[in-house]
Design a protein around this ligand. Structure first.
Ligand code: UT7
Length: 342
């Protein structure tokens, strides 16, 4: 297996209008919850969590720190890096499975917090795949000349929808937010090259939060049943995650006119290091081509790839001209992939 991507520039199929990622930002809450901390809560061990998931720590938001607060902190960091003012933002898309409330959209709370008074705001509900669904929507709005500047956010306070008595799920998740600002810049040649999104509602019940909606409102009678928390059939989700992310990777690469050999860095959904290893193995590329931070943050759902993109960017991992593949999977089921030129 080659450890470096192909060096000769391939013939890339670029979209009609350039859509650059002009800035990224992320925010992780201060409190670190370790595997040892969890073994005091439920019947688990550091050894089980590490070998089954690769997770060592995750961050937990403060009681009064909401999804919109984390999103706004990440947004300000991205705006600073992009040199974009709040007034310039035309649209805020916020992907989350743990909104501040059902409505208004958490994006509207972020709008007020960052002063983006000219922006239209909406939330995107595609669970862990939401950030790349939002990137696709942003790209469509920009290439159609509707908007020039779109803020795409993935933000989660999963600790608020976790059943802290269920060892099958509570060891997996964490809180945080990541942001990318997408903008048309007339001089840019780099940016989003291809996107792919997909869903399969037939498997909606292998990863869901069954209570709290109109189907099963939370009542005094069912309040003890933890219906307003994440329920997951881990093994079923695992299998679907591997096959869907492989297929989505291929679709975005084909659309871009690239092969996996051209990709300098893969930023996958951060749910389980074993899933990432399985994908690396099937794609026949070395694991060091993947950006991994699930060991530090656990699964932050819609925020995961957004945080990883920002960390890869700020750490210098992404070099100008590199082709990057982002690929995600989540409840719905949903999956998505994006190829960008950095
Ligand atoms: O973000 C959306 C996408 N999400 C994912 O992609 C997650 C996909 N699923 C997974 O990552 C894995 O399936 C898990 C990490 C959730 C579970 O790993 P697994 O290897 O599939 O374990 P399992 O569910 O088959 O459980 C094996 C055993 C069970 O015991 P028995 O029935 O064999 O006696 C569980 O009860 O491990 C037990 N177990 C635990 N033991 C210690 C489950 N959770 C724990 C725990 N500590 N925290």
């Amino acid at each position: 297996m080659k450890s470096q991507p192909r060096s000769s520039p391939p013939s890339v199929k670029r979209p009609g209008r350039s859509v650059s990622i002009v800035g990224t930002g992320s925010y992780l809450p201060e409190r670190v919850l370790t595997n040892e901390d969890l073994s005091a809560l439920v019947d688990t061990t550091d050894e089980w969590i590490t070998t089954r998931t690769g997770i060592k720590t995750r961050r937990i938001a403060a009681k009064d720190e909401h999804t919109s607060d984390m999103a706004a902190r990440a947004a300000l960091a991205a705006m600073e890096q992009a040199n974009v003012t709040a007034e310039e933002i035309d649209l805020i898309l916020l992907a989350t499975a743990s909104p501040d409330m059902v409505f208004p959209a958490t994006a509207c709370f972020v709008q007020t917090k960052i002063g983006a008074k000219n922006a239209a705001c909406l939330d995107v509900s595609a669970a862990c795949a939401g950030f790349l669904f939002a990137v696709e929507i942003a790209q469509q709005f920009i290439t159609s000349h509707t908007y020039n500047t779109v803020m795409v956010i993935g933000a989660e306070k999963l600790s608020s929808i976790t059943n802290w008595t269920d060892r099958n799920t509570c060891v997996l998740f964490g809180d945080g937010a990541g942001v990318a600002i997408l903008q048309h810049r007339s001089t840019a040649t780099h940016g989003v090259i291809s996107t792919h999104i997909g869903s399969n509602g037939d498997y909606n019940d292998i990863l869901w939060m069954p209570g709290g909606g109109c189907r099963t409102p939370i009542t005094a009678e069912n309040a003890h049943q933890h219906l307003q928390t994440i329920h997951m059939s881990g093994k079923d989700v695992y299998k679907q995650a591997v096959t869907s992310m492989l297929d989505a990777s291929k679709k975005a690469l084909d659309k871009a006119g690239l092969t996996i050999e051209d990709i300098a860095c893969v930023i996958p959904h951060q749910a389980n290091v074993r899933i990432i290893e399985a994908i690396a193995d099937r794609l026949k590329i070395p694991l060091d081509r993947f950006f991994i931070n699930v060991d530090r943050y656990g699964n932050t759902s819609a925020a995961a790839v957004a945080i990883a993109l920002d960390e890869a960017n700020r750490s210098g991992r992404l070099k100008q001209g590199d082709f990057i593949l982002m690929v995600v999977f989540g409840g719905g089921l949903t999956w998505a992939s994006t190829v960008i030129e950095w």
